[in-house]
Write a protein that binds this ligand. Structure first.
Ligand SMILES: Cc1cc2nc3c(=O)[nH]c(=O)nc-3n(C[C@H](O)[C@H](O)[C@H](O)COP(=O)(O)OP(=O)(O)OC[C@H]3O[C@@H](n4cnc5c(N)ncnc54)[C@H](O)[C@@H]3O)c2cc1C
Length: 306
């Protein structure tokens, strides 16, 4: 049984692996081992992978994983991992028993704050042992600041570093950086990669926003075709009335890089017209933004004529 720290101790390719957890770490390792030819079963109590992603992207990712040969048991209930004389056994509420060579537990992590004597130092933690901080990342103790996973979500290296920079500025009185970007991107380095920034289609719908989407498929993109990475798409979510961009969702090669173009437009209050009017290098995967924007325009047009 391994976790994301000890997984590196696996020194040869096993023939079968059960990954418990369909979050970022679970998806990354499950797809890497599948690509290496290991028979992987990914088990998650939830109904879908990476539930914070746009549903369409999450479902396409699952479909791609299945196409690679991964077995997905979603909504499977809580998996019980045991060891007996025959080795590891994973029991599922359905009654199914799996006997993999290895199990990778990727079902969440917690801050290592116990035993630090935080209480004695006057540093308050919440009910989940996360350190409580204010907007300047100062804890309840005057001279003590905290940043990163120990203060809770989103649990990203990118955001943790930003928090650390802001905390350092406040602690040392440097007037350089006072806030952390409230809309960070998320990147998951699975095969294929996925990334997002801003609002998902479901969130737009649940907020009652009058939105539209546009999709630029990598199957229609010249660079993706040349590179042989035609699985995936760039999906834009935008407001119907003023075409203001609300969210960008990408599945496919270099998604974590590509998302930054959408992020720049989003942070500057841009509309999908930016992608229409700007010339992109060809061939590039970025060009999928342009096709996503055209698709969005066509959908607007179709809706207004029906
Ligand atoms: C497998 C995996 C993949 C990830 N991939 C990504 C990714 O692609 N992109 C991304 O943005 N984020 C990713 N993350 C999340 C990212 O690693 C964390 O959000 C980030 O490392 C948090 O930084 P941190 O400084 O808060 O904590 P950490 O990086 O965990 O650093 C805390 C350090 O404190 C040390 N420490 C702990 N307790 C004590 C103690 N009592 N005394 C002294 N030292 C102590 C630890 O040993 C550690 O070195 C990933 C996480 C995992 C597990």
């Amino acid at each position: 049984m391994h976790d994301s720290e000890t997984v590196f101790e696996i020194d040869r390719l096993v023939s079968s692996l059960v990954v418990v957890g369909g979050g970022a770490v679970g998806c990354e390792y499950a797809s890497i081992f599948t690509a290496l030819g290991v028979r992987v079963t990914l088990v998650d109590a939830g109904e879908r992978l990476l539930p914070f992603l746009d549903r369409e992207i999450s479902e396409l990712l699952a479909e791609t994983f299945r196409g690679m040969g991964m077995r997905l048991l979603l909504g499977s209930g809580r998996a019980l991992v045991e060891r007996d004389e025959r080795g590891l056994k994973v029991r599922l509420p359905s009654g199914e028993e799996i006997r993999p060579d290895k199990v990778l537990f990727a079902s969440g992590r917690a801050g290592n704050t116990e035993g630090l004597g935080l209480g004695e130092a006057g540093v308050e933690v919440d009910e989940r042992n996360r350190i409580v901080v204010d907007d300047s990342y100062r804890t309840t103790a005057e001279e003590i600041y905290a940043a990163g996973d120990v203060i809770g979500a989103p649990g990203l290296a990118s955001v943790s570093m930003e928090q650390g920079r802001v905390a350092a500025c406040y602690a040392l009185g440097i007037p350089f950086k006072k806030t952390v970007d409230p809309m960070p991107p998320f990147g998951v380095y699975s095969i294929p990669e996925t990334a997002m920034v801003g609002v998902t289609e479901e969130a737009a719908a649940s907020k009652g926003i009058d939105y539209e989407v546009g999709r630029g498929w990598f199957a229609d993109n010249s660079r993706a075709t040349i590179a042989g990475g035609t699985d995936g798409l760039v999906k834009l979510v935008f407001k119907r009335d003023d075409r203001k961009l609300l969210g960008v969702h990408i599945l496919g090669d270099l998604a974590a890089e590509l998302v930054h173009q959408g992020q720049a437009a989003l942070h500057h209050g841009g509309t999908i017209d930016y992608f229409i009017h700007t010339t992109f290098n060809v061939p590039t995967e970025s060009d999928a933004y342009k096709y996503a924007a055209y698709d969005g325009l066509q959908r607007l047009q179709a809706r207004s004529t029906t």
